[in-house]
Every structure is written in C-alpha cells, then in structure tokens.
Ligand binder design. Structure first.
Ligand code: SF4
Length: 370
C-alpha cells in the first residue's frame, strides 16, 4: 500500500505563521503542471503496488483553476491505477470555494476536503493574514456539503495571543472557535499549536510574544474536553475525527508506510530512507524530467529508523508496539519514564503510549525515550 502526495506551491499571500514552501506568483501554474507530469513519468515506478490514498496539499491547491485541476487529475489517472484509492484529499482555502469549483472537485473524484479555517474570529483571521472571514469559511463548508462532500476536515490554530489581548479574552475566543467547529460538525478536525517557525513572518514580528506554556496547555486540554464531549475521537496528538473518518493518508505517515511526493519541496519515504525535491519552483520546472541528483536523499540507519518509529508512533493516541530487539534498545528509558507516570508501558506486549494528561508535553517525553 502506498500513498501519493502532490505539492501545489502557490498561495495568494502568506499567512504569518506559515513556513511551507509556496510562491505568490501564480503565472507559472501551467508550467508547474507540465513539470509535474514529467516528474511523475520519471518516478512513478517508486509507487509500490496500487495507491490507496492521494493527498493534494500545498500551498493552496484550490488556486489551480478548474481546468488546471482537471488536467492534474487526468495526469494521475493516466499514470496510475486509481481504482483502489479509498481516500483522495485536496486542501482548499475558503475564499476559493464557489459552487462551481466544489462541484468540479467532486466530479473529478476527490472525496475528502481539508480546509484551513484556523479561527472563527475575524480579528484573529486578519492578524494571521488569512484571506477569508469567518462567514466565508462557514459558507464554504456549506457549499462543499451541497456539492456532495461527506468527508470534510477543518483546521484550527491555538496557542497565540494578539498584542494587547488578555489571556481571558484570547481563551474565550478559542473556546468560541471550538464550539463553532463542533456546531458545523465536520467529519475531521485538526488543531495545531502556533509556533514561531524560523522562515515565517511571525518570526520577524518584533512585538509578538508567545503565550505561556500553561496558557497553551489550558487551550489544548479544553480542546480535548470539548471535542470528546462532542463525539470526536482523538486519534493523534493534533487530530480528531467522527468514528471511521480518521485520515488514512496522514495515518500512513505515522505508521511509516511508504509514499511518494511529487512537486517542489515534496518529501518521499520508501520504507528505508527519505528524499525530497528542491524548494524552488524554477529549479523544479527546469529539472523535473531529469531529476536533481542524489543529494536530496538520506538512508536511515537502524538507530534512526527506530527513533523515527517511536517519534511518529507516539503521536498516535493508541501508541506504538516494538519488536523484541527494539524494546531491548529502549527498555531502560521506557521503564524510567513509566515509573514516573510519563508513559504507559505494557512490557509483555512491548507497547508504549503517552497518557492523556501528558499529551501536551509529548514531544519532550519522546525526546527522553530515544
Ligand atoms: S497556511 Fe496555507 S494558505 Fe497560508 S501561507 Fe501557508 S500554505 Fe499558504
């Protein structure tokens, strides 16, 4: 089972917290699609078996016109057997969703939409430099529903405070975001803590101060409480779904199932190592037919593979099972953390997981195991 990831590197403007690779110059969308087909022709044999999931992410894939999207999907159908694809996701921004565009996406066989909403408070959206209002996000959700989508994921962001806003007001706004999300009832919700990524606009905003970890922790556990009460299943540190609607594609990342990523800055994993494409649209277009050499590639040592398995596996609420050999490697650290109550450890099954009350600090717990 393999997954396909397509990176569409265009955005109309940059959100302040984001450091994903994208460009705001959209004139090269046609050349990008031509280059994408060349890359697919060159690398399609890297897909082992038939693809089960496809994820068109970005950037902002919904900046492709209907015709360009149709061409992209036709390229996928031409070069891959898609009969067994059970999940075909496309990321969209609310301001791009019209009834015509949503119907076209549905007609093309896309069966899951991931929409960046981030907040239902217009002041927060403006501060983040999002291009839509809360009302536009709600309307886009309804338009997608009317077009036939019955598997919609929406993103929220927490753990930030605009300058001059008190903890109380910021927290009230966050609780409002969660409640509004539950009212809309998308099948899937992702919620990420805002962090200052080095290449982001936020990193250059001198007057911005991150809120305390106590505040962020309070936001996180409120999220867990309200979504669980609302019937959402918490299956990964930052991801929640109604029963049966977990993301198949993203779950394969945490399970270390191979996938192939196409497009500038896209990463791939073949089960033993990772490679990645250049973060430069011009270079990507120029070299997509020939490749960029072996420099963007790493083979994982056994030790690195185990670190990665634990790091990704412990993001899942269900945790991770280890082989006897792996358990021998980590046993001392795992038993030490289990004695302190920081992990759940079933030594007979060699299974570890992070308890709910420590999920907020799971990164630091993971760092202590490996
Ligand atoms: S968050 Fe999405 S829309 Fe905003 S800059 Fe990043 S990729 Fe583009």
């Amino acid at each position: 089972m393999s997954g396909i990831y397509i990176h569409v590197p265009f955005c109309s403007s940059f959100c302040i917290y984001c450091d994903f690779y994208s460009v705001t110059e959209c004139a090269q969308r046609g050349l990008y699609i031509e280059a994408l087909e060349k890359e697919i022709i060159r690398r399609k044999d890297e897909i082992k078996g038939v693809p089960r999931t496809i994820y068109i992410g970005g950037g902002t894939p919904s900046l492709l016109s209907s015709d360009q999207l149709e061409t992209l999907v036709a390229i996928l159908r031409k070069h891959f057997v898609l009969d067994n694809v059970e999940e075909f996701t496309m990321e969209v921004n609310p301001d791009d969703i019209t009834p015509e565009y949503a119907s076209e996406m549905f007609r093309l066989g896309i069966n899951r939409v991931s929409m960046g909403v981030q907040s239902f408070d217009d002041k927060n959206l403006k501060w983040m430099n999002r291009r839509h209002t809360s009302a536009q996000a709600v309307e886009a959700f309804r338009v997608l529903r009317r077009a036939g989508f019955d598997n919609i994921s929406m993103d929220l962001i927490f753990g930030y405070k605009r300058v001059g806003v008190s903890d109380e007001d910021a927290f009230a706004s966050w609780v409002g975001d969660i409640k509004r999300m539950i009212e809309l009832r998308p099948e899937h919700i992702s919620a990420y803590q805002m962090s200052i990524e080095p290449g982001s606009i936020l990193a250059r905003m001198k007057d911005y101060q991150e809120p305390s970890q106590e505040y962020c922790s309070e936001c996180y556990y409120k999220l867990l409480d309200l979504l669980e009460e609302g019937g959402y299943h918490h299956y990964e540190v930052s991801n929640f779904s109604l029963p049966g609607y977990h993301s198949r594609h993203n779950s394969s990342y945490w399970e270390r199932i191979p996938y192939v990523g196409f497009g500038p800055a896209a990463h791939s994993f073949d089960g033993e190592g990772r490679c990645w494409n250049p973060e430069d649209l011009g270079e990507y277009i120029a070299k997509s037919a020939t490749g960029w050499g072996g420099e963007n590639m790493e083979r994982l040592t056994d030790e690195e593979a185990l670190e990665e398995k634990v790091m990704l596996g412990l993001r899942k609420i269900s945790g991770v099972s280890l082989t006897e050999e792996e358990y021998r490697e980590l046993r001392e650290n795992a038993e030490h953390l289990a004695a302190k109550g920081l992990i759940n450890l079933d030594s007979d099954l060699r299974h570890i997981s992070v308890p709910r009350e420590h999920l907020f600090i799971s990164d630091s717990i993971i760092a202590q195991i490996i």
